[in-house]
Design a binder for this molecule. Structure first.
Ligand code: 5AD
Ligand code: SF4
Length: 496
């Protein structure tokens, strides 16, 4: 039976026994994790559950976990202590999914210390959640549904989105890079790309539903289809050999991945790279903004730079994870670029794309990081003058190469460096905000401010929050606003 058919069978079985049940999904990780949570919510709503934010009212509580840094783990265990009472009081089903469940030591800890958890499932078995839930409901037994091999990307899952203006679309899953600090390749497996037709159809559907902004998601978006293209190449070689023996392998190639996309206007295009995918999504009417996270600097090819330049909807803010500004640390991190190569890439992008801005991720306190190395990071921050910096203290992850390095940095030094980076980042962001004052910015209006009824809020193409006095009609529109003042975390704008 096909996966989605099987999913539907269990969704229908749950529906028959579900009596106005309520659910809550707690998301603890990145945007891909958020996107998975929207699919978990989709399966639950299809099964007849309705959403509640009040955990004490929920019949099913799902944690969607992350394991990129230790604090995400701590949050899960903290929250689990809290939900234990809901299990005791109302018999709520407690399910835990997400990346952390791919770590054996965590699942063992759960079994030992949190025996009230009903279901554990991993990112590769998420599509079977209705089956796990049904079995848990009817048999009242503990379920562990985790796969060690990489799961396929499943198309056609139900989805309930958190927002009605901005949406994320996963274009691939997994990572092949093995940066030495990172657990992702171990828990999400190798890179697998979705077929371009499936991505196009999802984006087209979002446009028809009135969505204005799409963020394309992947652990390394600019290797979109790279593994698949390699596989195709190998197969066409096999194909040639086989053809010599008068048997054809072309159909097999077609099955691996179809690169052809049939557009709404019946035009057919071939998409075999991330750059071409950007160009394709840019043609969808109704979508006004396209973002993507995250690219890897080592794979930022010229065709992607040119696509960003040519596509009016692709935002001119590029998230370009630096991780460290020191060539020595970058080598130990297995990032495959040097400080100079990163800075040259930034210069190249700036020379080709007018008004481009950057945001980044930085880790401080990687094993062996010296004061000099750290100063190299500060130096890159001063040179690139990012619009936004996501800063992380290095966190040891069991099973990664860096965890076994002997030159781990003292916690006090890590925190001290983090605070120095934070002060510099804030200074640079504040100075950068000044350039907006007096300019006119195109702002996608997202809604009302949470604290003031008259104030509306939106974002510039560079993802800066802009607050202004507006009205309900503007929600979901891209409008020009005059920037009248700048503040640390937002700009003030004015209709004109
Ligand atoms: N410790 C700290 N930060 C990490 N990241 C990934 N792994 C770790 C780790 N072990 C950060 C990187 C990555 C972002 C998503 O999380 O900066 O780009
Ligand atoms: Fe982790 Fe590196 Fe892959 Fe990003 S590129 S997910 S940091 S291994």
């Amino acid at each position: 039976m096909k996966i989605i058919e099987m999913q539907n069978t269990y969704i229908n079985k749950i529906k028959q026994i579900n009596k106005n049940g309520k659910y809550a999904v707690l998301t603890m990780g990145c945007q891909l994790n958020e996107n998975d949570s929207e699919k978990i919510a989709g399966m639950l709503e299809a099964s007849g559950y309705t959403k509640t934010d009040d955990l004490s009212q929920a019949n099913v509580i799902v944690f969607n976990t992350c394991c990129v840094r230790e604090n995400a783990e701590d949050r899960l265990f903290g929250k689990l202590g809290e939900v234990k009472k809901y299990k005791e009081n109302n018999g709520a089903i407690i399910a835990i999914g997400g990346c952390m469940m791919q770590e054996k030591h965590i699942v063992n800890k759960l079994k030992q210390s949190y025996p009230f958890v009903d279901i554990v499932f991993g990112p590769h078995t998420m599509q079977d959640f209705p089956k796990d839930l049904y079995n848990s409901l009817v048999e009242n037994k503990k379920i562990e549904d985790i796969l060690d091999i990489d799961g396929n990307i499943i198309e056609g899952m139900p989805i309930v989105r958190n927002d009605s203006i901005k949406a994320s679309v996963a274009i691939m899953n997994g990572c092949n890079n093995f940066c030495t600090y990172c657990i992702v390749p171990y828990v999400r497996g190798r890179e697998r790309s979705r077929a371009p037709q499936d991505i196009y159809d999802e984006c087209l559907d979002l446009a028809k539903k009135g969505y204005k902004e799409i963020t394309l998601l992947g652990q390394n978006v600019n290797s979109y289809l790279v593994s698949e293209m390699k596989q195709l190449d190998e197969n066409s070689f096999e194909d040639k050999k086989q053809k010599d023996n008068e048997t054809s392998n072309v159909e097999l190639n077609q099955e691996i991945i179809n690169l052809k996309v049939k557009k709404e206007n019946s035009e057919e295009v071939e998409v075999n790279s991330f750059a071409k995918l950007l160009r394709l999504i840019n043609t969808i009417d109704g979508i006004e903004r396209i973002r993507f996270i995250s690219p890897h600097p080592k794979d930022f090819t010229d065709d992607v730079i040119e696509a960003i330049r040519d596509c009016d909807k692709v935002c001119n803010l590029i998230h370009l994870p630096l991780q460290s500004g020191s060539t020595n640390v970058l080598k130990a991190m297995n990032r495959k670029y040097t400080k100079e190569q990163y800075l040259n890439l930034v210069e190249k992008i700036k020379s080709k794309i007018p008004n481009v801005q950057f945001s980044t991720d930085i880790i401080v306190g990687f094993p062996g990081e010296t004061e000099e190395d750290f100063e190299d990071t500060l130096d890159v921050v001063k040179k690139v003058r990012y619009e936004q910096i996501f800063m992380f203290i290095y966190s040891r992850r069991v099973g990664t190469v860096a965890d076994k390095m002997e030159n781990q940095i003292d916690e006090k030094i890590k925190h001290e460096r983090f605070n120095r980076l934070k002060s510099l980042a804030e200074k640079i962001i504040e100075e950068g905000n000044k350039k907006y004052v007096g300019t006119v910015q195109k702002v996608l209006v997202e809604g009302k401010s949470k604290t003031n009824d008259k104030i509306y809020t939106g974002r510039t193409e560079t993802n800066k929050v802009v607050n202004f006095e507006g009205n309900n009609d503007l929600i979901g529109k891209v409008i020009p606003l005059k920037i009248i003042s700048e503040h640390m975390w937002y700009l003030k704008g004015k209709l004109f």
